[in-house]
Design a protein around this ligand. Structure first.
Ligand code: PTJ
Length: 255
């Protein structure tokens, strides 16, 4: 789908992965999947990724394992897909839905029927089945923008929702409804990260394959999955993350 972008970047470039990711988003923008605001959002994320050395921290891996366990043991899990996630990780969304039995729902901040259709088509081209997209028939209370539009047999009735690159309002509304909310957001102090039940502070293109891997590893071992969830403490994990970031700066500040 993205020959133009892929052809321009030489894999020997030291920032190849990051540059390729940008090209995927630009191609997604040209295809009507990503909104211009999505390009800005990505830049905000990249800035935070420098704090983590552009790699998955062990703390993030622990959250990813707990998230996979939560999706596997949920009654009605849903993966919420926006434009950026579709452009970057469509295949992993489909794989994760397959390994965890989660439904896929297209949910947009900058909502248009046309975009929901394009994103559904992109997911289907990667093998997704039964994607909830057009014609949302429910609305989340407490969300005063289009992100509140959802499907009654998807996000509205789900017990566990994975929300990559989210805004805080909806994450909070979903938690208020009693759902387990799993976020993926590079900003360690965003409202989404602070409100979520399991906050994955990692780059989405690193986090999603990890979720797929962990869900394959844990599939069929419900006891282990449940014990992983029980021993995971989100608030403590975030505090450890803040400590790690401050230590990194303290080290840099040493004479
Ligand atoms: O497709 P739509 O219409 O639903 O719109 C999607 C965007 C992303 C434009 C919309 O959700 C939005 O405006 O998001 P925000 O409020 O800018 O939040 C995006 C969050 O995701 C920020 O905290 C970023 O740090 C973070 N982020 C951006 N890119 C990545 C990321 N986190 C992980 N991986 C990334 N690649």
């Amino acid at each position: 789908m993205y020959p133009e972008g892929e052809a321009r970047i030489d894999p020997s470039h030291p920032r190849y992965i990051s540059l390729r990711e940008r090209e995927l988003l630009v191609a997604g923008f040209k295809a009507g999947v990503v909104v211009p605001e999505g390009l800005i959002a990505h830049g905000r994320g990249e800035m935070f990724d420098y704090l983590f050395g552009e790699e998955t921290l062990p703390l993030a891996l622990t959250a990813e394992r707990a998230a996979a366990a939560a999706l596997l043991t949920a009654e009605s899990p849903v993966i919420s897909v926006n434009g950026n996630l579709a452009a970057l990780c469509a295949e992993e969304v489909v794989q994760l839905a397959e390994t965890t039995g989660a439904r896929i729902e297209v949910n947009l901040f900058h909502w248009t029927e046309e975009r929901t259709k394009s994103i559904r088509a992109l997911l289907e081209s990667k093998g997704a089945k039964d994607v909830l997209a057009e014609c949302p028939d429910s609305f989340l209370e407490g969300v005063n923008h289009d992100r509140g539009k959802c499907h009654s047999d998807g996000i509205f009735s789900a017990d566990t929702v994975l929300v990559p690159l989210e805004d805080g309002d909806r994450a909070n509304a979903l938690v208020e409804m009693g759902k387990t909310v799993i976020s993926i957001d590079l900003n360690p102090i965003s409202r989404t990260t602070l409100f979520s039940s399991i906050s994955i502070v990692d780059e989405v293109m690193r986090a999603m394959p990890n979720l797929v891997r962990f869900s394959k590893e844990l599939a069929g071992d419900e006891a282990r999955a449940k014990s992983i969830i029980q021993s995971f403490d989100n608030a403590a994990a975030l505090k450890d993350m803040y400590r790690l970031i401050s230590e990194r700066f303290a080290q840099l500040a040493r004479p």
